[in-house]
Design a binder for this molecule. Structure first.
Ligand SMILES: Nc1ccn([C@@H]2O[C@H](COP(=O)(O)OP(=O)(O)OP(=O)(O)O)[C@@H](O)[C@H]2O)c(=O)n1
Ligand SMILES: [Ca+2]
Length: 500
């Protein structure tokens, strides 16, 4: 055997199957690494968008929601991207100048066109839902309410989005969609965990919604949903005129009644307003609502002096009077002959519940008694002292926090029959994971069918895990094949024999 032959035998690269096997393994590794790099490179997220306008009694907000395009039906995916507060009052205030209702939306809608990527505009749905302010206007003057809706509709149709309608939503919808929002954001549907009840306090109406422990005796108060494969039977009620602005009118009307016949010099000594608060108000401005009785002609041009005396006990007693508990046609009622099962579980209280309690620094850590003590101290504080201390707070809000805070405690305790324990289970919230609590998100999820009745079939492994597992298995198979080739193609005799 010459030297060259010797070399040929010793150098394994001269065996074609070993060369092929090594090349195969190298190729497999390169392919795997390449796939892993492509797979793990952050994908450019594609988002879709939806716009909901909350046309409340006191103001309008424009919410933009976004969600990853490929994950429409996964709960917890939709998030609030932006909220824009429309300047000026709620749309129902434009009943005498309806064209201004549409105009008022311009700034926030222009913002929305800038926020949402242009190529998504045509497919982005826009919904407007009006609540208690428009319900009251419709009761008062149907024609005016239609003009206001037509005005906002005209304005919204000028935008490049997919306009889906402007309507007055019912109190049941408002309650139920608020409940869906809170539980969607808390991921209670996905986890099939216990749901939380929803308490919404607006300017003109207030809603209570929860999963009751007993049957709902009145069909008006019952709503059923099937979400992600679970059935939910809800109790919900919306009290029109029991939002914080309208209930103040109810309260003032009751306070002023004994003096109602007097023709001049009407002084209202109000225990829910601060000592030193002394403001002349017109009957017309305070009692301009279908929630209170019509003014007599003589009252229309008349004024009264609204004088605070800051007496929390008296204030608390007087507020209880707005709840009529004298009659109940069911086994049990909250107030005003409205059926309500006993409250149960945890509650999230939002909108004005939050604004008021946040201002008063009442947190879930305070007991109900402690909350009352805080209110008592606030209500007895002289008006001048408060104005000095809170120069930046709107005077109207500042003056009304004593009334509103006391009303909130009374609504829960005397209205809905919350015990001290139920109070402990109640949290005042503004947002959940940066999305605002309110009916708008639930409304959009429902209208875009983004919460399916049945749980989508979930794959055994998440996509990433599936790809990785497949790669490892493929690699193992390739290695086995190659090793098999090497093993079975190995010559049985000594190497030099083959060469000779
Ligand atoms: N920082 C704020 C913002 C609002 N408010 C008051 O809180 C009340 C409720 O506000 P909101 O929930 O926005 O009511 P609307 O949606 O306008 O009313 P509704 O739901 O009854 O139509 C209103 O009296 C509003 O003036 C407040 O006290 N502090
Ligand atoms: Ca509202």
């Amino acid at each position: 055997m010459d030297e060259q032959q010797e070399m040929k035998v010793k150098n394994p690269w001269h065996r074609p199957h070993i060369f092929l096997a090594t090349a195969g393994i190298a190729a497999a590794i390169i392919i795997m690494v390449a796939i892993a790099v492509v797979q793990n490179k952050p994908l450019q997220q594609k988002y879709k968008y939806g716009i909901v306008l909350d046309a409340g009694s006191s103001h309008t907000s424009v919410y933009i929601y976004e969600w990853p395009a490929e994950k429409e039906n996964n709960t917890g995916m939709v998030k609030q991207k932006q909220a824009c507060s429309v300047k000026g009052p709620g749309i129902s205030s434009y009943s005498k100048t309806p064209e201004k209702a549409g105009e008022s939306l311009k700034e926030c809608m222009d913002n929305a066109t800038k926020t949402i990527p242009k190529h998504r505009h045509p497919e982005t749905p826009v919904y407007l839902g009006a609540t208690a302010g428009m319900r009251l206007l419709k009761m008062e003057n149907d024609v005016d309410s239609k003009k206001v809706l037509a005005s906002v509709e005209k304005s919204l149709q000028t935008y490049p989005f997919s306009y889906q309608g402007a309507r007055i939503i019912t109190g049941q919808e408002e309650g139920a969609f608020g409940w869906i929002t809170v539980n969607y954001l808390s991921e209670n549907f996905r986890k099939a965990s216990r749901t939380v009840g929803a308490l919404d306090l607006g300017g003109a109406s207030t809603q209570i919604t929860f999963v009751p422990g007993q049957q709902v005796e009145s069909s008006d108060n019952s709503i059923d949903f099937r979400l992600y494969g679970n059935d939910y039977h809800l109790y919900t009620h919306s009290f029109l005129c029991y939002g914080k602005d309208q209930v103040l009118k109810l309260y003032l009307e009751q306070q002023i009644q004994p003096n109602a016949d007097m023709t001049d010099n009407i002084i209202l000594e109000d225990p829910c307003f601060h000592p030193g608060y002394n403001i002349i108000k017109s009957f017309q401005s305070v009692f301009d609502s279908p929630c209170v009785k019509n003014l007599t002609n003589s009252q229309k041009g008349q004024n009264f002096t609204h004088r605070g005396i800051g007496n929390w006990n008296k204030c608390n007693q007087a507020i209880k009077e707005v709840f009529n508990t004298s009659h109940c046609r069911y086994s049990r009622c909250s107030f005003n002959d409205v059926f309500q099962p006993p409250v149960t579980g945890r509650f999230g209280a939002f909108s004005a519940y939050f604004f008021v309690m946040d201002f008063l620094n009442v947190t879930p850590d305070h007991s109900l008694d402690e909350a009352k003590k805080i209110l008592e101290a606030y209500c007895t504080t002289p008006w001048g002292t408060l104005k000095q201390k809170h120069r930046k707070v709107k005077e109207k809000y500042l003056a009304e926090y004593c009334f509103s805070g006391t009303y909130i405690v009374s609504l829960l305790e005397d209205g809905y029959k919350f015990t001290t324990n139920d109070w402990k289970n109640t949290e005042f919230i503004k947002t959940i994971k940066n999305s605002e609590a309110g009916w708008t998100l639930g409304y959009m999820l429902n209208l875009t069918n983004m919460i399916p009745a049945e749980a989508p079939d979930t794959p055994l492994l998440p996509y990433g895990g599936y790809v990785s597992l497949m790669l490892v298995l493929s690699f193992l198979i390739i290695v086995c094949i190659i090793l098999g080739c090497i093993f079975f193609r190995r010559p049985s005799g000594p190497a030099h024999k083959e060469i000779i």
